[in-house]
Design a protein around this ligand. Sequence first.
Ligand SMILES: NC(=O)c1ccc[n+]([C@@H]2O[C@H](COP(=O)([O-])OP(=O)(O)OC[C@H]3O[C@@H](n4cnc5c(N)ncnc54)[C@H](OP(=O)(O)O)[C@@H]3O)[C@@H](O)[C@H]2O)c1
Length: 281
Amino acid sequence: MKYLITGGNGQLGSALKNILPKEECLFTDVGELDVTDREAVLEMVEKEKPEYVLHCAALTNVDGCETNIELADKINHLSVEYFAEACNKVGATLFYISTDYVFDGEATSPYGVEKKPDPKSVYGKTKLAGEEAAKQAKKYYIFRTSWVYGEGNNFVRTMLKLSETMGEIKVVGDQFGRPTYALDLAKGMKEAIEKKIPYRDYHYQNSGETISWAQFASEIFEIAGKNTKVIPISTKEYLEMNAEKQVASRPHYSVLETSKLEQIGINLPDWKSSLEKYLVN
Ligand SMILES: NC(=O)c1ccc[n+]([C@@H]2O[C@H](COP(=O)([O-])OP(=O)(O)OC[C@H]3O[C@@H](n4cnc5c(N)ncnc54)[C@H](OP(=O)(O)O)[C@@H]3O)[C@@H](O)[C@H]2O)c1
């Protein structure tokens, strides 16, 4: 067994399913392996002896994390400790996926890998603790990424669904970043493994211009041929509209500096061409 994958039914897990050789993979999701169960994690890793654990399971509902702090910590952080321990026992490499939410989100230029993290949400705090746990593995990769879309629930799908019934949609226009196609990220992980790049943390984000969520929505509608109008609103207006919900603090700036992977020769496609591929398929 070469790859043991967790969160196999999620966006990234599904993308990995499309590109990794089936016979070399064991895909699991919560039904096969609950990553919060330390004994189960140790038992499966010791039994399967993978070369790589691609740990994609996470609690990604950022608002949900605010009200489920214990569960968020178990899935996003403690599970990584279990995998680091298990990987060390069998000599496997742990591949952990993290997020721009580990930063304060207030920068005005791209976050370098070495920039000091300062998470403002439960999701960001638990993912940062997960990174620290991943570093307990003797062999590890950490890829921080952002605004991921693929198979499953995501911003692109939500916008397309809303456009079926709404002529205009209010979307936040003062939070900026770059989207990342899950299939590109999966390919980047595979490339990193094949190239045997040095064990450490990296930033993986699709390249291209920095945009707001509102601009991203406009681009989605343009490529998909929808007439829905996008009305940019401020984060403040968005929070007022959702006053009854417990909304997590969102980064105003989510652009990651990706030169470490670029220098190694890992492909970081332009987000616009990847979005076109995603919407055309
Ligand atoms: N999505 C983004 O925008 C984004 C941005 C930056 C970083 N990331 C990171 O990228 C990685 C992959 O994200 P994704 O978008 O593929 O997430 P996703 O679509 O939410 O998939 C996560 C998967 O983990 C599963 N899971 C949850 N709890 C579990 C448990 N206790 N045991 C086993 N599996 C469990 C989920 O199952 P259920 O659906 O049944 O709960 C789901 O299938 C995560 O580490 C995430 O933090 C994502």
